[in-house]
Design a protein around this ligand. Structure first.
Ligand code: SAH
Length: 372
């Protein structure tokens, strides 16, 4: 039975057409589902009763099911969401003054195996469906009491509890291209969430051909996980670099910017003690990104059990950031949020029924610690 969360407006219109219904029905139902947070066809009062009954028999609105809801001391909220087959993914809501950001997962696990990331250590099971991706937004809106709620004092300037979405949860979004683009279209659609392209960010480890496709099909804000200024180090930290090395990646960033809603790329850079955080690394980054309009987001490395890495000391991060700033690059240091509930960058692990051999190379106890 089709899950209507899987469709963007064009997909929904096509589905209604197959049923012999008018395309405006798609807009109506889209608004009920995403604007009102409605999962009951019976409650769609401006839809003809006979059609409501038909929808009830033929389709469903099936969001991911929350298994756990954890609130951090700093207000960050993390949901563990069941996506079936023994897999669960995580979504994180990060409230800040003037905005609320939802961090969304795109895959159950991740196949890229970056050395410093907890998700990678769990291996990979499958791509999420579009409805499982946008369903995280649907559900978070509902659980935060945001769906069709009257404007409140504490809401952000955009008038919404969730004003920004970042695809920075579990998985590599550009390795699940079609489903991610469908979900993005729903996030952007005025009949659904109506988020601006500048407030929806796709983060990639650097799948360059898919960056080109995104630029054509659905340009949104782009973040690129960089983490190293040279191929030798990046090959070691991020195996995907062996396929798409830095020279290609920088060129892909420049091409992306020709169509992007923002005029810069955000480079994410985890600060890992003694690995990628020297003055020389900072200077090499300046040289590497000379031709790419960019901002840097320095992420103090978030530890997880048996990672084998440590966070750079505060002074080191300050010095590193000063070198970037002195050369004219805007660099901010991400304040670690949700660290006490393992909701910070690189700490999301959910539950993954690994289909690769990777997780087997780690002791079971370690996997339990990461997943806990
Ligand atoms: N696969 C995509 C989306 C993940 S976003 C990507 O690589 O961009 C998650 C961000 O957190 C990425 O920038 C990732 O490199 C970073 N990250 C991963 N592990 C981390 C850790 N342990 N500490 C800090 N940042 C980490």
């Amino acid at each position: 039975m089709p899950n209507l969360l899987d469709y963007d407006l064009a997909g929904l219109a096509a589905w209604f057409e197959e049923l012999g219904e008018k395309p405006f029905r798609a807009r109506q139902v889209m608004r009920w589902i995403h604007r009102e947070g409605c999962d009951d066809f019976g409650a769609m009062t401006d839809v003809a009763k006979s059609l409501r009954a038909k929808l009830d028999a033929l389709a469903e609105i099936r969001p991911p099911v929350p298994l756990r809801d954890t609130v951090s001391g700093d207000g960050t909220r993390k949901w563990l969401l069941d996506v079936g087959g023994g897999n669960a993914v995580e979504a994180v809501f990060i409230p800040e003054a003037g905005r609320g950001t939802l961090c969304v997962s795109s895959q159950a696990g991740c196949a890229l195996d970056c050395a410093f990331c907890a998700t990678g250590k769990q291996g990979f099971n499958r791509n999420l469906e579009a409805g499982e991706i946008v369903g995280q937004l649907w559900l978070a809106n509902k659980l935060l009491g945001a769906a069709s709620a009257p404007a409140r004092e504490d809401e952000n300037d955009n008038g919404r509890v969730i004003s920004n979405v970042v695809l920075m949860g579990m998985g590599e979004p550009l390795a699940n291209f079609d489903k991610v683009v469908t979900a993005l279209r729903v996030m952007l659609d005025d009949h659904a969430y109506g988020l601006s392209r500048r407030r929806v960010t796709v983060s990639t480890a650097g799948v360059t051909p898919a960056m080109d496709r995104l630029r054509e099909e659905c340009p949104v804000a782009l973040a690129v996980s960089l983490h190293a200024p040279d191929d030798a180090l990046r090959d070691r930290l991020m195996p995907i670099n062996r396929k798409y090395p830095l020279h290609d990646l920088m060129a892909a960033c420049r091409r992306y910017l020709e169509r992007a809603p923002r005029d810069f790329v955000t480079f994410e850079y985890a600060m890992i003690d003694g690995i990628n955080d020297s003055d020389a690394h900072a200077r090499a980054l300046v040289a590497l990104t000379r031709d790419v309009p960019c901002k840097f987001n320095l992420i103090p490395f978030n530890p997880f059990p048996h990672s084998g890495f440590a966070r750079s000391p505060v002074d080191r991060i300050r010095r590193f950031s000063a070198i970037l700033l002195d050369s004219g690059i805007i660099a901010t240091t991400r304040r670690t949020r949700g660290g006490d509930v393992a909701a910070a960058c690189g700490q999301l692990a959910g539950q993954v029924r690994d289909k690769t051999r990777r997780a087997r190379t780690y002791p079971l106890q370690m996997m339990e610690e990461i997943g806990s």
